[in-house]
Design a protein around this ligand. Structure first.
Ligand SMILES: CC(C)(COP(=O)(O)OP(=O)(O)OC[C@H]1O[C@@H](n2cnc3c(N)ncnc32)[C@H](O)[C@@H]1OP(=O)(O)O)[C@@H](O)C(=O)NCCC(=O)NCCS
Length: 155
């Protein structure tokens, strides 16, 4: 494992546990995140409460996990710790990913979202538009099925 990844994974997972409500079943396990990073194509970005890239030892406020293949980037996970929400960190995270992806040659940014997630307001405000859906894709802890909606934005 590359140096620093172990600590970064711990910080990312701390936000993961705080940010995702268990009933939606959207959070990834540490193993899933680690495997995605070791398999290649995936990147993560951790942010501090002040909106800067996280310094060593600093507590995390949010993160993105993304995958870039053949000029297209997918936002796999976006999360901000509940205590730091509605201060623009989610917006900074998505815009940082958009800028970095563009610089690396990506032309389009995709994401998939559970229908009804309030994050839709954030995405639409940042220029994303729906481009598709997968009916009944998610299953809640109560066994309820919810559609996935795919959004995209040109970079
Ligand atoms: C979605 C999430 C990352 C947003 O993080 P955030 O730091 O609160 O977002 P921002 O402060 O940058 O929001 C920017 C704008 O997006 C919109 N927005 C963000 N969250 C919203 C919400 N819950 N309801 C309505 N609008 C919202 C607002 O227009 C907001 O601007 P405003 O606060 O001036 O009104 C955060 O709520 C989260 O971690 N949710 C749980 C995990 C999740 O569902 N991730 C997305 C999976 S697809």
């Amino acid at each position: 494992m590359p140096p620093g990844l172990h600590d970064d994974l711990s910080r990312l997972m701390a936000v993961m546990s705080a940010a995702f409500e268990p009933k939606w079943g959207e959070a990834w396990t540490r193993r899933q995140v680690e495997d995605s990073l070791l398999a290649g194509f995936c990147n993560y970005f951790l942010i501090s409460r002040s909106g800067d890239a996280l310094a060593p030892g600093e507590p995390p406020a949010g993160f993105t996990l993304s995958r870039t293949i053949a000029g297209q980037t997918e936002l796999l996970l976006l999360a901000v710790d509940p205590q730091f929400r509605r201060h623009g960190l989610g917006k900074v995270l998505v815009e940082t990913l958009a800028r970095q992806s563009r610089e690396q040659g990506s032309t389009r940014l995709f994401l998939e979202m559970r229908r009804g997630n309030p994050a839709e307001h954030l995405y639409r405000g940042l220029g994303f538009a729906p481009v598709g859906e997968r009916p009944n894709y998610y299953r809640t802890s109560d066994g309820i099925r919810i559609d996935a909606v795919t959004f995209a934005r040109d970079l």
